[in-house]
Design a protein around this ligand. Sequence first.
Ligand SMILES: Cc1ncc(COP(=O)(O)O)c(C=O)c1O
Length: 488
Amino acid sequence: MWSRSVGVLKTFGRAGNTRAVTSLVPGEPKEPSVITAVPGPKSQKLIDDLNSINQSGSVQLFGNYDKSIGNYLIDVDENIFLDAFTQISSIPIGYNHPELLKVFKDEHKLKTLVNRPALGVFPGDYWPEKLRSVLLSVSPGLSQVMTMMCGSCSNENAYKALFIHYRGRERGEDVDFSELEKTSCMINQPPGAPKLTLLSFHGAFHGRTMATLATTHSKAIHKLDVPSLDWPIAHFPRYKYPLHEHQRDNEAEDRQCLAEVQDLIEKYKKKGRPVAGIVVEPIQSEGGDNEASPEFFQQLQRIAKHNGAGLLIDEVQTGCGATGKMWCHEHFVLESPPDIVTFSKKMLTGGFFHNLEMRPKQPYRIFNTWIGDPGKLLLLEAVLNVIKQENLLHQVQKSGDVLKAGLLDLEKENPSLLNSVRGRGTFLAVNAIDTKLRDNILVKLKAKGVIAGSCGDHSVRLRPSLTFQEHHANIFLDKFRQVLQEVK
Ligand SMILES: Cc1ncc(COP(=O)(O)O)c(C=O)c1O
C-alpha cells in the first residue's frame, strides 16, 4: 500500500475557515485552476480534428491522462478540474492511483493483459481463482458470475439469461428443444423465438444495444429511428421532497407504480407475451436520479416472484460503493438476493452475478469472443484492495454527508433556483428549476474548474470517485455557491 500524502492542503469550510487535511491520493493539486476558456484552444483544435473523423459533438474537452491525478482531471490546456463526474461515473479511486499504476509492473500481470484470451474457450489457469477472489468476493449473495465488456453488453446478456431460464422452466428440466423450435428460431418466429417480454420503467436507462434500448426510456435521442419491441413499461416512483414531509404522498406513489407493474404483467400474459423478467435500476441514474424506497423494491421482488418473473437489478451506475454500500440494493434489505445483478463502470469490467437457476444448461448460450478482459479484473483487484484498506465506503458516507448537507443549505438559500436534493453516499443530485438553468450551472461550474454531470430534464448529478473527501466536497460547494450568486 502506498503511503498517504502527508502534504497539508487547505480546505474551505462552510464558514470560510481553513483546516489542514490529508489527501487520500498523493500529489493532488490543492484546488481547481482554469486558465483558458473551456474548451481551451488545444482542446478545440483536437475537437475539430476528431470531428473530421467521426461525430464528436459530445466531446467537452480533451484530457491529459498523464497529468490527471486523484480527483483532478487536467486537460490538454493545463486547466485543472475537480472532477465530480469521473468519466460518467466510472473512475473508482481517482486518476493515476499509485496502486493501479503498479499493477502491470508485475510481469505475469502484464502478460495477462497482453495475451487476451477468448475466455469462454481458452482461459488462463488463473481465471477461476481470479473470478472467485476478485468478483465473487464482492458478490451480493449470488454464487455465479459472468464477465462482459460494458454495461449494455452485461444487460443484453443478462436479459438472454432471463429468457433462457423462463423457457427452460416452461419446457421442463430435462426436455430437449423440439425440431420446430430449432427451425422457427432461425427465422425469428415462435416457438423457437418466443413472444416473451421484459418489464422496465419509464425513465430507465439500461443501455443502447437493441434489447437494452427497448428497456431504455430516458431520452428520445437514444431511441429515435431504431425499431424496438412491444414490451411493458411501468411508471417508476417520482417522489416529492423533502421525503420526510411527503411520506404519505410518496407511499401512495409507490403503491400506484406497483399496482401498474402487476396490471401490466397480467395484461401482457393475456396478450400472449408473458413477462419473463423485471429490469430495474436501484436509483434511475441517466433518467434523473429518481429514487424509490426500500419498501418499493421489496414489494417489486415479491411481485416478480409471485408471477414467475426474474428480477434483474442493474447496478451498472450505482454499484461499487458510491452509495456507501458496495451495491445500492443492499440498502433495500431484500428478502433474498435478486436473480441477477449487472455491473460495469467503477467495477472496470462489465458482467453480472446470478443465481444457479439463471445458469443455462448448455454452453455457448451466454457467450462472445472475449467475454470480458482479465486485465480489467487485475485492476479491479487493486481497486477492491484500496477500498478495503482505506475503508472507502465509510469515506463515501462521510463525504456524502458533507456534500448533502451543503446542497441542502444551498437549496435553502436559493429556493427559487434549486430543489429536491436527494441520493445516498456521494451518489447525489439536485434539481434546477429548469433545463436552461441546469445547463447554465454546469457551464459556469466548469469555467470555475468543477466538472459535474446532468441527468433527467433538469438535474445536476454528482458522481465523484470513492476517494472524494470532505475537503473536495467543500471546494465543490463553494464553487456551486459562487455560481448560484451569478445566476440569481
Ligand atoms: C444503469 C445503467 N445501465 C447500463 C448502462 C450502459 O452502460 P454502457 O454505457 O457501459 O453500455 C448505463 C450507462 O450509463 C447505466 O447507467
